[in-house]
Design a protein around this ligand. Structure first.
Ligand code: RAM
Length: 888
């Protein structure tokens, strides 16, 4: 499977803005902030090009509403500064740069003032409604059995409006919805409105349905299911099902504009009608049950006779929880044609060749009415070639389709998602299956490739695990009865995630849920959104509160994330300090998972916790400095320094050993500057000795694994780092790849020769945490990074690491300024390095060489400074081709 490639960048000799975004999104509808941030990237093939000034003009309804005037400088973003934004209005904006070109884009607002909401939350009256009773056989979904969940509901209302010029619909659910207008599905979002901390924030989406409206009556319809709101969630069905509410509810507000400029606003109310339909049951973990015999043709068209439908019940009119959807929705982004279809014994096993999160589209031919076709999903096959589902725990991941008896029927579930590579189809043999890949549609931002098949596969597995686990929130896994926003998984993987995709909007939204969930005393929960109330305050997990905002700021250069998060960062650090006055984090360690899933060792929990405490204090100090809170910055810098002293006193011996003597202990201490300078070589020596003594095998778990490459290479041990990268013995990434992994496994021993499948209680084959090595492939191997202190890649640092089995490696990455690229190749005794620096950036390039005097750029000698096996030189924007002497 190839990785999705980066979109082309405009080429040419003149500076040009491109890829215009509003609030980190392309052309969003439903912007809710009064001061949206507008940003653009720059392209130019001319060396040394930089933007000297920009000017933004925003128009709405033919009138100029903001002219920034010419603003000198290199900023590639600006906050809207014009007349107050009106609701449901399109704003086109144009940015011009000097020198150079111009580009145009638009955004639309949603509901700008809470009092503009008229829609009520509607649902159905549970008293009138019998629960779904499927045939009592093995196919019965357990969630329906235990919780007696009612069937999903269908809603509709017909509106007679004067002729319209534009129609927008704002829609959301406490649950999941599919919106339809005049028989057509609206939008391409899946699992909408997405998952947030519904108690405080329910996101709504805005759609442009003008083209569906026509001249006659308008039928607005929706299907409503439980989803995260009232369906099964997590692993404890009794506690978790119906976590937020008992029944799903719908909220729709339509705003139609007419020729004379007037508006009609209509919201959901008791005039809507509702009914059950062919979708009998839908649950994220369990799957769907669709009975095509129960279809009511035309139910979403104006002419339909809904006299047998019931009036919808009005639940409440709470609008204060409504927030504009801030990130791209989940979408189906790719179809996978099976690589193998194995019929047998009434059950056909279909292999998509790739472990994904998603669902299938099923085509059924010649099934008699009432035939039930069952689709079971799994990540692996057992020894007999049957579907392996033990690791799904209680998630049934099973869809049922009951045929209507037509010659050809098509079924695709709507309100469920499975983590799977294999599908078992039973109940009918003449079937066709296509895999539908689903994930939050974060734009592709980076590409990495190299000459080694296994390393390429590793990056592909990382990328697929990112896709499979960014499903509205960053989850641990997409398959079993868990799929929760585990905070450590997210924070250790974030640097890798940022290289692969533009996750600014995605994580900014998740951080809002993190802040909602912080406890009164400042503890951060282990999972966000917060659904396991008893778990919070855990070292490495809670620290997502500081690590995530800081990293987002560094990568995307948007300081608002720090402004929004600083109070939460402070409360988190204060909480840890309050309970650990001697600054060794021993108390209030929450669920303390340590270096989770480490291989065969036990990193000291106090070492790990205290290292994170130091890191969080440091990041809080830096964030306070950015926000301009000098006193807070000094306070947390002081705290950081005292934690550092305490760490050294408690854990670092005079010969540079760190208590516990484990790889993760050294990695954390070295990466976070906790080893006194004179002892650093000794500590590095102990780390290296541990690896060598184990025959170059890693022992790291979630907390340490992402630091192996960066720390080893920072201290001159890239050979060792490459040994680990290329290793295929247990435990290693290569070990899973040798076994055919197409995603990153949760645990090093997900499957072993000796034991077969790992412990079923916890064995996901799609978990990205151990894939946090990806950041080192981009930042180390291909060498795309930024200088310490640089923000938004203003000062890129290109420092590739030729080595290992690699003959070449290449990476490209869309920084906020524009595209950055690095590609190296070794041929005989020459190394060639091509770099691409975006306009306005001032880069340092370390050209790897065994002879600094040999370095040439496009044939011309280069001046620079010889540093550790490279010639470091400064370059401005443009493309450069270096050659240098190289000896292995
Ligand atoms: C597991 C999750 C997750 C991890 C926690 C501690 O259940 O899958 O990856 O963060 O435990």
């Amino acid at each position: 499977m190839v990785n999705p490639s980066l979109p082309e960048v405009p080429a040419g000799d003149a500076l040009r803005p491109y890829d215009l975004r509003c609030e980190h999104r392309g052309t969003p509808l439903g912007i809710g902030t009064p001061v949206p941030r507008l940003s653009w990237r720059l392209a130019s093939d001319r060396r040394g090009d930089a933007q000297d000034a920009y000017r933004i003009r925003v128009h709405s309804r033919g009138a100029l509403v903001w002219d920034s005037g010419w603003v000198e400088g290199q900023d590639v973003s600006a906050d809207y500064g014009g007349a107050p934004l009106a609701s449901f209005t399109r704003y086109t904006w144009r940015v011009e740069t000097r020198p150079g070109g111009a580009a145009e884009s638009w955004f639309e607002t949603g509901v700008m003032h809470q009092d503009e909401w008229v829609a009520a939350w509607i649902g159905h009256d549970p008293e009138t409604e019998p629960p779904f009773e499927p045939p009592t056989d093995e196919g019965e979904p357990r969630s329906a059995r235990t919780a007696g969940l009612p069937a999903p509901r269908y809603f509709r209302r017909v509106l007679d409006l004067p002729p319209v010029t534009a129609v927008r619909i704002a829609c959301t659910a406490r649950g999941l919805y599919e919106l339809r207008v005049n028989g057509h599905r609206v939008g391409d979002g899946e699992l909408t409105p997405g998952w947030t901390d519904y108690r405080q924030r329910v996101p709504y989406q805005v759609y442009d349905v003008t083209d569906l409206a026509g001249d006659g009556p308008l039928c607005v319809a929706a299907i409503l299911a439980d989803g995260w709101w009232s369906g099964s969630l997590g692993w404890d069905m009794r506690q978790q099902a119906q976590r937020y509410g008992r029944r799903p509810q719908l909220l729709v507000q339509l705003v139609a504009e007419h020729e004379n400029g007037s508006r009609t606003v209509v919201g959901t109310d008791g005039r809507w009608r509702e009914s059950t339909g062919p979708l009998r049951h839908a649950d994220l973990l369990m799957g769907e049950w669709y009975d095509a015999r129960l279809e009511q043709p035309g139910w979403d068209l104006p002419g339909f006779d809904d006299s047998s439908w019931a009036p919808a019940g009005v639940v409440d009119t709470a609008h204060d929880v409504l927030v504009p959807s801030a990130a791209e929705p989940v979408r189906v982004t790719q179809d996978l044609v099976p690589v193998d279809v194995r019929p047998g014994d009434g059950r056909t096993i279909v292999d998509l060749g790739q472990n994904i999160a998603g669902r299938v589209r099923l085509v059924v031919r010649g099934a008699p009415a009432g035939a039930r076709i069952t689709l079971r999903h799994g990540e692996a096959l057992d020894d007999d070639g049957g579907l392996y589902t033990a690791n799904l725990r209680s998630a049934e991941a099973t869809d049922h389709y009951v045929a209507a008896g037509a010659p050809v029927e098509t079924f695709e579930p709507r309100f469920t998602v499975h983590g799977f590579r294999y599908v078992e189809v039973s109940g009918h043999t003449d079937v066709e299956v296509v895999g539908r890949v689903m994930h939050s549609d974060t734009p592709v931002a980076g590409e990495f490739s190299c000459s080694d098949d296994m390393v390429r596969r590793l990056m592909s597995n990382i990328r697929w695990s990112q896709r499979g686990n960014f499903v509205s929130v960053p989850t641990d896994c997409p398959q079993r009865d868990e799929r929760l926003g585990w905070t450590a998984d997210a924070q250790v993987f974030l640097p890798t995630a940022c290289y692969n995709a533009d996750v600014a909007a995605f994580f900014t939204d998740w951080l809002a849920d993190l802040r909602c969930a912080q406890t009164a005393e400042g503890a951060v929960p282990d999972v966000v959104p917060h659904v396991m109330t008893e778990r919070h305050g855990t070292p490495g997990w809670g620290d997502a509160a500081t690590v995530v905002p800081w990293h987002l700021y560094r990568v995307y250069g948007d300081e608002r994330v720090l402004r929004d998060s600083l109070p939460s960062m402070r409360r988190w650090v204060d909480h840890v300090e309050r309970h650990n006055p001697d600054l060794i984090w021993r108390n209030r360690t929450g669920s303390h998972y340590g270096d989770w899933l480490q291989a065969g060792v036990r990193t000291s929990r106090e070492v790990m916790a205290t290292a994170y405490f130091a890191l969080s204090a440091e990041l809080t100090s830096k964030a306070a400095a950015v926000v301009g809170d000098v006193a807070a910055s000094a306070h947390y810098a002081g705290l950081r320094s005292r934690i550092g002293d305490a760490f050294v006193r408690a854990f670092v011996s005079a010969d540079g050993r760190v208590t516990g003597d484990t790889q993760t202990g050294y990695l954390l201490a070295l990466a976070h500057g906790l080893i006194p300078e004179p002892l650093v070589p000794a500590a590095v020596g102990h780390l290296v000795a541990d690896l060598e003594d184990r025959g170059r095998r890693l022992t790291t778990g979630f907390a340490g694994v992402g630091l192996l490459g960066p720390v080893l290479s920072a201290h001159g041990h890239h050979d060792l780092a490459y040994s680990l990268l290329h290793d295929d013995r247990y435990p290693s990434w290569g070990y899973s790849i040798k076994r055919g992994a197409t995603t990153i496994w949760e645990r090093w021993d997900g499957w072993t020769e000796e034991g077969g499948f790992g412990p079923v209680a916890m064995n996901s084959f799609n978990h990205y945490a151990l894939g946090s090595v990806g950041a080192w492939l981009y930042g180390g191997v291909a060498g795309i990074g930024q200088e310490e202190g640089s923000v938004g890649f203003r000062r890129p640092l290109i420092r590739p690491l030729p080595g290992g089995r690699l003959r070449w490696a290449a990476a490209s990455y869309d920084t906020p300024l524009g595209r950055l690229g690095s590609q190296w190749e070794v041929e005989g005794d020459t190394l060639r390095l091509e770099v691409r620096i975006p306009p306005g950036a001032e880069a340092t390039v370390h050209v790897p060489t065994t002879d600094p005097a040999s370095v040439r750029e496009s044939g011309t000698p280069v001046t620079g400074e010889a540093v550790g096996g490279a010639l470091a030189c400064r370059v401005a924007s443009g493309r450069y081709e270096f050659t240098a002497a190289w000896a292995r």
